[in-house]
Structures are given as structure tokens and as C-alpha cells.
Design a protein around this ligand. Structure first.
Ligand code: COA
Length: 261
């Protein structure tokens, strides 16, 4: 035996705690922990949320859990022997969305980087960038979340972080009644399942919480987002020819939409 994982009920709201995930040194980096985690998760079909604690010094384990769609959650815990542990959590039942605090946003950068790269590989309109540029981009996003200038909402499908949307709330003085919805992304394999709609509904709710009554966004004319936002009751405000350029350098029109929330 070269590995193990444990899982136990954690709270009355369907939370299950994963613990003791361990793989012997000689058996690491072959996907074994991934299979153990999947088996642990599958053994709790009633779970609505998985939680775990991870030593603040255990970089490999943090990378591992972040790759598997867990995000930092709650304060650091002091364990026996004065070791410190980060809390991690992810929802796991169907579609779930959450707006991320700065710690969660910072821990999401690898997973969101994978999301952006996978989307860019499929979508003509999403620019391709190197892994370093992609990480720098998401670091900038989490810095703005920390600074209160931006809201980042993540979406999971059955425990897989598969989409995100942002709300730019860094508006000029006296314009804090409005905000711009930006960068709606859903992993190609998870499209047409309702995640984008759930993210857009969440962004409206978050906007209301921030006192933003008027939302704007732009979408490529004829692209998938156009049909989505029209279906969600957004009004078209106009078209700008050649506003966006695809990665092949082809100009395409953008439609501007607005919605009162
Ligand atoms: C964390 C641990 C369980 C991972 O086991 P594993 O079998 O090597 O993991 P897998 O092969 O399934 O997954 C590999 C992924 O984990 C992460 N990872 C694992 N080791 C890593 C390392 N040394 N550096 C960076 N990332 C690492 C990466 O995301 C990697 O994916 P990638 O190969 O695409 O980059 C193992 O390193 C371990 O037992 N560590 C000590 C115990 C521990 O910290 N457990 C967590 C409880 S808090």
C-alpha cells in the first residue's frame, strides 16, 4: 500500500471533510492522489461540499488541491504542535457559484489559468497567452479583488471549477450606481449545461449587494454570449464595427448591452 485518503461527515449542511491524503514518495506524480481523492469524493454521494485542511508549508499538496478545484476558505487554523493549516473547500452537488474573497481568488489562479487556456484554445475571440502571462493576468484579478475594485465569481459543476465571471466595480466617483460585467468563461466541455446562466444570475445578485443598479457588458456579435444575454433580458445599446480582433487578426463587431438590476 502506497497511499490513502479518509473522508467523514463534517457538518449538518452536507459538508464532508477529506483528510489524511498521503502518497508514499516513490509513488508520487503518477496520478495516485488524484484517484484517491476521486474515490473519497465518490464514496460520499450525499455530500454538498467538501472541506479539508492543508499545512501552510505543504506547497505540493496546496497545488494538488487547487488543481482539483478546491479554493482557500476561512481563516488559518492552528493545529497540534503549533503547525498552521489553510482551510480549503469546494461545492460538489450540481451547479454552484460563489463570489471569491481575496484568499480564495489568489488560490484559484492555476485552475482559472487552465480554464482560460482551454477556452482560448477553442474560441477564436479569446486571445492565446503563455502560461506566465495567464498567471500574471489572474494575479492581477485577485489583486483587484483584494483592493475592492473587482468581484470574481467562480462556478463549479459537480465539484469541477468550470467557469468564472467578473464584475468591474472600479467606477469613477459619483458613478457607483453602475458596473461592468466582464470575462464570462465556461470550459468548453461544460457548456450548454446552465453554468453560464448561473454565473450571470450570480453577478446580478452581487451587483445589487454592492448597490450597483445598472450593468453593462459587451459581447462579440453573433457569438454565444449574445444569445445568452438576450435570453436573460439584457437590452442592446448599440454595435461598434471592428471593436474586437480575433487571434487571427480578423476584426469583429461588438454589441453593447445594458440591464437594470
Ligand atoms: C500531495 C500528495 C498527496 C500528491 O500526491 P501525488 O500522487 O503525487 O499527486 P498526483 O500525481 O495525483 O497529482 C499531481 C498534481 O499534484 C500537484 N503536485 C504534486 N506534487 C507536486 C510538487 N512536488 N510540486 C508542485 N505540484 C505538485 C500538481 O498539481 C500535480 O499536477 P501536475 O502534475 O499536472 O502539475 C503527495 O505529494 C503527498 O503525499 N504529500 C505529503 C502529504 C500531504 O501533504 N498530504 C496532504 C494532506 S494536507
Amino acid at each position: 500500500m502506497v497511499g490513502l485518503a479518509a473522508i467523514a461527515p463534517h457538518d449538518a449542511a452536507g459538508g464532508f471533510e477529506i483528510s489524511h491524503l498521503l502518497v508514499a514518495r516513490e509513488a508520487r506524480r503518477r496520478g495516485l492522489a488524484g484517484r484517491l481523492l476521486a474515490a473519497a469524493e465518490a464514496s460520499a454521494p450525499a455530500a454538498r461540499r467538501f472541506v479539508l485542511w492543508c499545512d501552510t508549508r505543504a506547497d505540493a499538496a496546496q497545488r494538488f488541491f487547487e488543481k482539483h478545484s478546491f479554493l482557500r476558505d476561512g481563516p488559518i487554523r492552528v493545529d497540534a504542535g503549533q503547525t498552521l493549516a489553510f482551510g480549503y473547500a469546494k461545492p460538489c452537488a450540481g451547479i454552484a457559484v460563489a463570489d471569491l474573497d481575496a484568499a480564495a481568488a489568489a488560490s484559484a489562479d492555476r485552475r482559472l489559468g487552465d480554464l482560460l487556456s482551454a477556452t482560448a484554445a477553442e474560441d477564436e475571440a479569446v486571445p492565446l497567452a503563455s502560461p506566465t502571462e495567464v498567471r500574471r493576468y489572474w494575479r492581477g484579478v485577485s489583486a483587484e479583488v483584494a483592493g475592492g475594485q473587482r468581484v470574481l465569481i467562480a462556478g463549479w459543476v459537480d465539484g469541477v471549477l468550470a467557469g468564472a465571471v467578473q464584475l468591474d466595480i472600479n467606477t469613477p466617483p459619483y458613478q457607483d450606481h453602475r458596473a461592468e460585467v466582464q470575462h464570462l468563461l465556461v470550459l468548453p466541455a461544460y457548456r450548454a449545461g446552465g453554468l453560464a446562466e448561473a454565473l450571470m444570475q450570480a453577478v446580478e445578485a452581487v451587483a445589487r449587494r454592492h448597490g450597483r443598479r445598472l450593468l453593462t457588458l459587451n459581447a462579440i456579435a453573433g457569438g454565444p454570449a449574445e444569445a445568452l444575454v438576450r435570453g436573460l433580458g439584457w437590452s442592446e445599446g448599440g454595435r461598434i464595427p471592428g471593436f474586437s480582433v480575433t487571434k487571427r487578426g480578423v476584426p469583429c463587431d461588438a454589441l453593447f448591452f445594458w440591464k437594470e438590476v
